[in-house]
Design a protein around this ligand. Structure first.
Ligand SMILES: Nc1ncnc2c1ncn2[C@@H]1O[C@H](COP(=O)(O)OP(=O)(O)O)[C@@H](O)[C@H]1O
Ligand SMILES: [Mg+2]
Length: 140
């Protein structure tokens, strides 16, 4: 387990941006943490690191968003499971996305499908400790 402290949103983004370089050709990031922990902030940095040009927001209705990665044939999927419970991997289309190893997949509220996550998923927990202190914990 590795633990990092960030003191503003920019630092969380830079952390995620660096990490993304290792995921350009596929991989799964499972994000954990309460509302306001910094999951979407992390995702914005991660997408920047992939070179994704679109602005990343918190999905309100859509739970799966697909982004092109410039210069690459594979896609980046941002998945936010906040509003969902009892998720059926097959009918939701999640299974298909997770099974394609060339996909770069980042999941907010990954605990909601924890039992179904492929074992190679990188698990990252975020936590707001205080207003100016957020924690990033890499558990796998
Ligand atoms: N060190 C930090 N890391 C991440 N976000 C931070 C940090 N410090 C302050 N923030 C702020 O906390 C909020 C985190 O919100 P968000 O990323 O949407 O969280 P979540 O997706 O986990 O609900 C943002 O407004 C962000 O600017
Ligand atoms: Mg979010």
């Amino acid at each position: 387990m590795q633990k990092f402290i960030t003191r503003n949103a920019g630092q969380t983004k830079s952390f995620a941006k660096k990490l993304a370089k290792d995921f350009k050709n596929g991989g799964i990031i499972a994000l954990y943490g309460q509302l306001g922990a910094g999951k979407t902030t992390f995702t914005q940095g991660f997408a920047q690191g992939l070179g994704v040009l679109n602005k990343i927001t918190s999905p309100t209705f859509l739970i799966i968003r697909q982004y092109s990665i410039p210069g690459q044939v594979n896609f980046f999927y941002h998945i936010d499971l906040y509003r969902l419970n009892n998720i059926d991997l097959k009918t939701s289309g999640l299974e298909e996305i997770l099974n394609d190893l060339s996909n770069v997949v980042l999941i907010e509220w990954a605990d909601k499908i924890n039992e179904s996550l492929p074992s190679q998923a990188k698990k990252i927990s975020l936590k707001r400790v205080k207003e100016d202190i957020h924690e990033i914990v890499l558990t796998s």
